[in-house]
Design a binder for this molecule. Structure first.
Ligand SMILES: C[S@@+](CC[C@H](N)C(=O)[O-])C[C@H]1O[C@@H](n2cnc3c(N)ncnc32)[C@H](O)[C@@H]1O
Length: 314
């Protein structure tokens, strides 16, 4: 039998036979999923009868089991991406396609000092903790106690205990981050008004560090990007979204799936300049009308004066 993943890796993953106290994920023939904790002597009920937990405990994951009324279920331990979308929710979670982008493109590395707000249900927190490992630090801020409680339960459940790299602070990031005096390599913002926290983030980020915001709407995207430009201590922000389309592959019927995970949110990243440094002045003129009379948001400081008069398409 291969040894279990070392507990000191804090991966949230186990190898070997299923054990009491672990979560399993059952998938039926229609793709419906059921996640539950294994408890000796307990029964799992569905519209296809029941199953004894004892039938699952002690077996190697990756098997099919049949319930009392003939329902077939595939049994595995849930992956982090599956856990994140099925765990109890307080606030909306960052979807796995976006957590993956955040970890890769906000360059979260083992040993990193990461600040995150708000913690919501703790889905992104799990990915960040996985990426920084036990020698890094994820410092999460959440201003609503009921969400912080949900996140604490979810994160502790996933890692099977109190992750040594995690600290959770109750309060508003804009107030608590300066008070904490902590410095960060990366700051991830998933909240309604991330621009309100940008000065606190700029003070906490080390030179070369990354701020990454996850925002649901175009108005938030615009406000955040323009505030980063006005703040001045960051590089030109990069903004994007990712769309993931499943494919149906069956004989000659190879085509895009009928449904897809379309819009979830936009991502923005920018890098922190060294103290007192500014990025080069932009040489390109803004698009006509970009900052015309109808634009009411923050204005980049280096706009040519006539740009304010231009109308879209003019
Ligand atoms: C969409 S949820 C975050 C979801 C989380 N990233 C996840 O994957 O589970 C947004 C959270 O930000 C919190 N929040 C909003 N503004 C905040 C601020 N300035 N400081 C701390 N938390 C804030 C809200 O209370 C809410 O719980």
């Amino acid at each position: 039998m291969s040894p279990d993943v070392p507990t000191e890796a804090w991966s949230g993953v186990h190898r070997g036979p299923l054990r009491e106290g672990e979560w399993v994920r059952l998938t039926d023939s229609k793709g419906r999923r059921h996640n539950f904790e294994l408890v000796a002597g307990k029964r799992f009920f569905s519209n296809k009868g029941h199953l004894e937990h004892d039938e699952l405990i002690g077996r190697d994951e990756g098997f099919t089991v049949t319930s009392s009324a003939g329902g077939e279920y595939l049994v595995f331990r849930p992956l982090l991406s599956e856990y994140a979308v099925s765990m109890p929710r307080g606030a909306a979670v960052v979807y796995p396609k976006d957590s993956a982008q955040i970890v890769a493109l906000a360059d979260i590395f083992p040993g990193a000092d990461v600040v995150e707000a708000g913690v919501g249900s703790g889905a992104l927190t799990c990915s960040l903790l996985r990426a920084v490992g036990p020698h890094g630090r994820v410092s999460s801020y959440e201003r609503r106690e009921e969400f912080a409680d949900v996140a604490r339960r979810n994160v502790t459940q996933f890692f099977g205990g109190d992750h040594p790299a995690w600290a959770l602070t109750l309060g508003d990031l804009a107030e608590e981050l300066p008070r904490s005096g902590e410095r960060a390599d990366r700051v991830i913002l998933d909240m309604l008004a991330p621009w309100e926290c940008l000065d606190a983030v700029a003070d906490a980020l080390r030179p070369g560090g990354i701020v990454c915001a996850y925002v649901a709407t175009t108005t938030q995207l615009s406000r955040f990007v323009e505030t980063v430009r006005v703040q001045g201590g960051f590089t030109e922000p990069a903004a994007w979204e990712s769309l993931v389309r499943d494919w149906h592959v069956e004989g000659l019927a190879v085509r895009p799936g009928h449904s897809m995970i379309g819009h979830t949110a936009f991502l923005v990243t920018a890098r922190r300049m060294a103290a007192g440094e500014r990025p080069p002045v932009k040489r390109r003129r803004p698009a006509p009308g970009a900052y015309g009379p109808d634009y009411a948001g923050p204005r980049p400081p280096d706009l040519p004066p006539q740009v304010a008069e231009e109308t879209p398409g003019g």
